[in-house]
Design a protein around this ligand. Structure first.
Ligand code: C2E
Ligand code: MG
Ligand code: MG
Ligand code: MG
Length: 287
């Protein structure tokens, strides 16, 4: 899970166990300062609509360049923000920035990752409403990405919040589907609009018939449940071919476009236009 991952990746900063708490606290302090002084930034990664060959959405990914350590991965500092109570401020900062930047792309949706703590925060829905109205953004253009870790609590908070967001017109995505302890019962009990297949299943599709079978099945499942299916972590043309022939609606990954600052992302959104021949390959290529 995210916490275990965060701990394991500690070694990136300091290999000695007794330094961990110290390092974590220092990073938390530096992160606090970064949030307060507007020193975070975001990158936007395009998602391609495989039916049109155009960009349908962008995912917002937080970025932080530490004054001494250089760029720090969100896989490291987001879990620290979760553990140290900074995640609500961090998440609100990202949400505001994404909605502010969204006017650059009136025709596409913008997705924002929301951590479990932030999603469960009593002020979260009000913050979403306030932010949308502040930047005059249509709710239908905002997607909220959560992972299944949001279901850790055994209460109705998550379902209530999801229903509320959907009433407002937002879309909700289940991120990293298939990783961790995915339970199909979440798909039945919670009204997700979008299903994002984890990169762990996409990476091996070129060589693994098992991975292909699983990905096909998730795509069919999502379609049968009326969800938009997104494949994450696409890095090769054969993966694009496979996913297109399997009926995957949206594609995201370095092969489509890397996460980029707002200006670069804007240029990318305008320029990406995959040839229908690439999207609808001969059966020979589709494998
Ligand atoms: P995620 O939401 O699943 O985001 C996808 C991650 O995969 C991003 O990593 C992205 O840069 C990376 N990625 C995209 N395409 C490819 C590819 O083709 N190959 C490979 N190897 N990687 C690819 P990133 O930006 O480092 O973010 C890592 C995680 O940190 C995110 O996973 C998300 O869970 C979390 N995160 C990022 N930004 C935020 C945020 O603003 N708020 C919260 N709560 N979490 C965030
Ligand atoms: Mg995500
Ligand atoms: Mg993901
Ligand atoms: Mg992830």
């Amino acid at each position: 899970d995210a916490k275990a991952n965060g701990r394991r990746r500690w070694s990136f900063f300091d290999p000695s166990m007794e330094e961990h708490v110290h390092t974590r606290d220092k990073i938390a302090r530096d992160l606090r300062r970064a949030i307060d002084n507007d020193l975070l930034s975001v990158a936007y990664q395009p998602q391609l609509d495989s039916r049109t060959g155009r960009v349908a959405a962008v995912e917002t990914l937080v970025r932080w360049t530490h004054p001494e350590h250089g760029p720090v991965s969100p896989a490291i500092f987001v879990p620290i923000a979760e553990e140290t109570g900074l995640i609500n401020d961090l998440g609100l900062w990202v949400l505001r920035r994404a909605c502010q930047d969204a006017h650059h792309w009136p025709d596409i949706t913008v997705s924002v990752n929301i951590s479990p703590t932030q999603f469960r925060h009593p002020r979260f829905i009000d913050q979403v409403i306030e932010t949308l109205s502040l930047y005059d953004m249509a709710p239908s253009r905002l997607e909220i990405e959560v992972t299944e870790s949001v279901f850790a609590g055994k209460d109705d908070t998550v379902l209530t919040a999801m229903k509320r967001l959907k009433e407002l017109g937002l879309k909700i995505a289940l991120d990293d589907f298939g990783s961790g302890y995915s339970s199909l019962s979440y798909l039945r009990r919670f009204p997700f609009d979008i299903l994002k297949i984890d990169r762990d299943f996409i990476s091996p599709v070129d060589e693994s018939p098992q991975a292909q079978a699983i990905v096909r099945t998730i795509i069919d499942l999502g379609a049968a449940l009326g969800m938009t299916v997104v494949a994450e972590g696409i890095e090769t043309a054969p993966q694009v071919h496979f996913l297109t022939s399997a009926g995957c609606e949206r594609m995201q990954g370095y092969y489509i476009g890397r996460p980029a600052p707002v200006e670069t992302a804007s240029a990318l959104i305008k320029s990406i236009s995959l040839d229908p021949m690439i999207l609808r390959p001969a059966s020979r290529l589709a494998g």
